[in-house]
Design a protein around this ligand. Structure first.
Ligand code: SAH
Ligand code: SF4
Length: 375
């Protein structure tokens, strides 16, 4: 018999599954607590359940997250995991500790179909959507593993809190790993609703950020069903350039995207949209681009996050020099757009979008296709 993976369930789904087995709703809640708040995978350890129920669960269910293929720890405390999601496929998850918080960068798909020219995940092509268990499993394992590292004393960058059984080092989640989360809408919303559930991780909507390349209809859908904090990958101030480096712009051009962003703000837990802007030398980093951006964003409450380009083999792009990024940022800030520059963390372990898994497999075998992109 196929065992049911309980990591796939939101609390309502778990309650329904328990009801179908003749079990009461509070039993589903208890098991949900054990799994997500305690990080327990073994039914035998769920001591407040009747022995008969534990035995029944052993026969019908499992709690199974993707297996860790490798773990890399960087000097600055960043940890990156590569997870096995079947035949030759890896996805990656990155933990970034800061003073007051610990942020986990979570993947939503194996590869990505959207083919942004500067992205190594895009370079790999699309393989498949991740299941709810595979998405929430990244958070589940990260908390368990970080707790172990903390207990071993290997990891001084984590909070000094006592690593008791309820200690969960991940305080923030960003859906910024591999894949386009809004193209795997139902599973991403399912997993995020577990992140927000007080019976599981209890993260507030402000602490969960979804990053999208701009799938406009699904930005509207997200606003209606689960409006978490929103980040939008903009990367260019005009349609001509944006379409060249992000083909999705041909389907959803900038005006439509910004209109959807403003509508999103009606329900957003934050009163601004974060626009991400990757700094590509000689492509989108000139003064005219910065001025274009200021004009474009004048009627959309926002912050801008500049991301120094993370190089990967044969990308055809180069990171903008530091001085150029500083000038770009200063111009935006002087024009009243709060602009920050992402710190490059964990560089020696390639903790950037799609890189480690990219070393395992290039599914497309495409040649470098970047002629004509640089302007
Ligand atoms: N698909 C979603 C989320 C995953 S990518 C999106 O595109 O928003 C997360 C962020 O990393 C995006 O802003 C993306 O544009 C950016 N990114 C992709 N490749 C990058 C690279 N090589 N260097 C720096 N940022 C990159
Ligand atoms: Fe996909 Fe985002 Fe990479 Fe674009 S940047 S290819 S949307 S993962």
């Amino acid at each position: 018999m196929q065992l049911t993976n309980l990591l796939d369930f939101t609390l309502p789904a778990m309650t329904e599954w328990f009801a179908a087995q003749g079990e009461k709703a509070f039993r589903a809640r208890q098991v949900f607590h054990w799994i997500h708040q305690r990080g327990v995978a073994d039914f035998a350890a769920m001591t407040d359940l009747a022995k008969s129920l534990r035995a029944k669960l052993e026969e019908t269910a499992v709690i199974e997250a993707p297996a860790i293929l490798s773990e890399h720890r960087s000097q600055d405390g960043t940890v990156k995991w590569l997870f096995d999601v079947g035949v030759g496929n890896g996805i990656e998850t990155v933990f970034i500790p800061e003073e007051e918080r610990g942020t986990l960068c979570v993947s939503s798909q194996v590869g990505c179909a959207l083919d942004c020219k500067f992205c190594s995940t895009g370079r790999q092509g699309f393989n498949r959507d991740l299941t709810v268990a595979e998405i929430i499993g990244q958070l589940w394992i990260a908390n368990r593993r970080l707790r172990e590292l903390q207990a071993e004393g290997t990891f001084s960058r984590l909070s000094a809190a006592d690593p008791g059984p309820d200690f969960r080092p991940v305080t923030n989640v960003v859906m910024m790993g591999m894949g386009e989360p809004l193209n795997n809408f139902d599973n991403v919303v399912g997993a995020m609703s577990i992140m927000l559930d007080d019976h599981a991780y209890g993260l507030s909507r402000r602490r969960v950020t979804l990053s999208t390349s701009g799938v406009v209809p699904n930005i509207r859908k997200l606003r209606d069903v689960l409006p978490v904090a929103l980040a939008v990958s903009l990367h260019a101030p005009d349609d001509e350039l944006r379409s060249r480096i992000m083909p999705i712009n041909q389907a959803y051009p900038i005006r439509e995207l910004l209109a959807a962003c403003r509508e999103y703000l009606e329900c957003s837990p934050r009163d601004f949209i974060t626009f991400e802007y990757v700094m590509l030398d000689g492509v989108n980093d000139g003064e005219a681009h910065a001025r274009g951006l200021v004009d474009l964003l004048s009627d959309t409450p926002c912050k801008v996050n500049l991301i120094p380009f993370n190089p990967f083999p044969n990308s055809g792009f180069v990171r903008s020099p530091r001085g150029v990024i500083e000038r770009f940022s200063a111009l935006l800030n002087a024009s009243g757009i709060v602009t920050t520059t992402r710190k490059t963390r964990g560089e020696e372990i390639d903790a950037a979008c799609g890189q480690l898994a990219g070393q395992i497999q290039d599914r497309t075998g495409r040649p470098t296709r970047l002629e004509g992109i640089r302007s």
